[in-house]
Write a protein that binds this ligand. Structure first.
Ligand code: AHR
Length: 501
């Protein structure tokens, strides 16, 4: 069996890992909000109607930045429908998923939930059917001290203290013809610049995410991004990237190699940001907000996003298996490897819709993708280190050559975290961690997600097929760590290290 050697040199630092790359996304779609995080009828509901069972499972994933209220929903949402006494809020037709929106959960409930969960709120404004002024008013409602029209309204609704929402999105996927209010790039750029100016004049401390391409396959890919960045210029702090992947051909080896193309998507967008910065002679570097990413291919038909004029319908409830869990870990490895470019990333989404957690009545299921996310959640503080991989690999059908083992690493204070994925469907792998300038003292923790086959999954009937377990075969000798990984697995290992060498 060929050995994979992973060289980690203390001097090969990429950048500090921004905690916000471990973010999530909560959208008003299907059963994400209603029957997801918010379900006053459930026996698990707390005094605010939040589901305690869902929240306690979400706590272990420790999401940081939480994007809300959409997604496509954001482009038709008028935030003032979602504030004030519950009984006075309008029930409205919701066109993004052809549903109705009862507005029982809005800005105040989201902020309450975010505080309870220690999430950093990230609000997407409506740049589809909304106006720049409406977006600005929302900033005033959230962030101004009392004494003005909208900040006084917030106080009237229960919060004298500002919410201090620092992260705002300038719309969602405005390049997509499916988007409410979709316009060509130059028109969106004007809208975004107008909104950005008003929003930053309202609160100069906020940061803004401008809409980048929704899909790499769209004909306007990159041209859209260039037009928008060049026009919005320094009002933009981040540009968004979105990516959903899947195994629609049933080719696991190829699917697991998709990480190459995620790396490439990031690097290409970073190249564009640097181009725009140079063209504008700006001193400001624009960073990346990968604010929607996940596996999504089983529920992409029209019916899966059609609420038929009702709310809390079973929309886009993707059921995940082991290979999806490996791909999710691949996204996270890619974000860590590009810590100098990607500063925000949001798993789309967190409950029921494209989610690690499913509810059914009062029951809850933790899907396969829950487990790798939980592994990374405990090991994320520090500086990303370049992982130099030498070992076997294969030529994939669509994404070029990949090593059988995918890797990323974070150097923290007194600790080194290493994340590994074994892409082989049949072969266990011997992996040797070969640190340079880092003295491995002991193993703090080592965990693994694996199962019998790529298709293994958790179901309500059999919920424990996939979960995390200990990886106990690591040997430390001669300043190296050697381990055996089973086929198709994600491993996360934390070593205690000597800070002084
Ligand atoms: O996450 C589901 C949908 O996917 C979002 O609403 C939209 O932004 C994207 O197309």
């Amino acid at each position: 069996m060929d050995v994979t050697r992973i060289c980690l040199d203390r001097e090969y630092l990429i950048a500090p890992v921004d905690p916000r790359i471990f973010g999530g996304f909560l959208e008003h779609i299907g059963r994400a909000v209603y029957e997801g995080v918010y379900d006053p009828q459930s026996k698990h509901a707390d005094e605010h109607g939040f589901r305690n069972d869902v929240l306690s499972s979400l706590k272990d994933l420790a999401f940081t930045a939480m994007r809300y209220p959409g997604g496509n929903f954001a482009s038709g949402y008028h935030w003032m429908d979602g504030i004030g006494p519950l009984s006075t809020r309008p029930v409205v037709q919701e066109l993004a998923s052809l549903s109705i929106e009862p507005n029982q959960f809005g800005t105040d409930e989201f902020i309450l939930l975010a505080r309870k969960m220690n999430w950093i709120p990230m609000i997407t404004g409506n740049l589809g059917t909304g106006t720049p002024e409406e977006a600005r008013n929302w900033v005033e409602y959230c962030n101004r001290p009392v004494g003005t029209r909208f900040s006084d309204l917030r106080a009237k609704n229960g919060s004298v203290e500002p919410y201090d929402v620092k992260l705002w999105g300038l719309g969602n996927e405005m390049d997509g013809p499916w988007q409410q209010g979709h316009v060509p790039a130059d028109l969106y750029a004007i809208r975004a610049q107008q909104a950005a100016k008003l929003m930053k004049d309202t609160d100069p401390s906020i940061e803004l995410v401008v809409c980048g391409s929704a899909e790499i396959g769209l004909p306007t890919y990159m041209e859209w991004d260039r037009t928008v960045l060049e026009y919005v210029g320094d009002y933009a702090d981040y540009i968004s990237l979105h990516r959903y992947v899947g195994n629609s051909t049933g080719d696991t080896a190829d699917y697991l190699a998709v990480t190459n193309s995620i790396d490439q998507q990031i690097e290409v967008m970073d190249g564009l940001c640097r181009y725009a910065q140079a063209k504008l002679r700006s001193r400001k570097r624009y960073y990346l907000a990968f604010d929607e990413w996940n596996v999504w291919y089983r529920t992409q038909d029209a019916e899966s996003v059609n609420g038929h004029g009702k709310y809390a319908q079973h929309l886009v409830e993707e059921e995940y298996n082991l290979e999806d869990a490996l791909v999710v870990a691949g996204f996270l490895n890619s974000f860590i490897r590009h810590a100098d470019m990607v500063k925000i990333a949001n798993l789309a989404q967190i409950v029921n819709v494209l989610a690690p957690i499913l509810t059914r009545g009062d029951r809850i299921l933790l899907q396969s993708i829950y487990y790798p996310i939980a592994l990374y959640a405990q090991r994320r503080e520090g500086v990303a280190l370049q992982a130099i991989i030498r070992g076997p690999g294969y030529e994939s059908k669509n994404y070029g050559f990949v090593h059988t083992i995918d890797a990323s690493a974070i150097l923290g204070k007194g600790v080194l975290h290493v994340f590994l994925i074994n892409r082989s469907e049949t072969e266990p792998a011997t992996v040797e961690i070969d640190p340079v300038g880092i003295r491995l003292k002991s193993i703090q923790s080592a965990e693994l997600v694996s199962a019998a086959s790529a298709a293994s999954c958790n179901t309500f009937e059999k919920p424990d097929t996939i979960h995390n377990h200990n990886l106990s075969n690591i040997k430390l000798a001669d300043q190296k760590a050697t381990m055996q990984l089973p086929p198709l697995c994600v491993a996360a290992i934390s070593f205690v290290i000597d800070d002084k060498i």
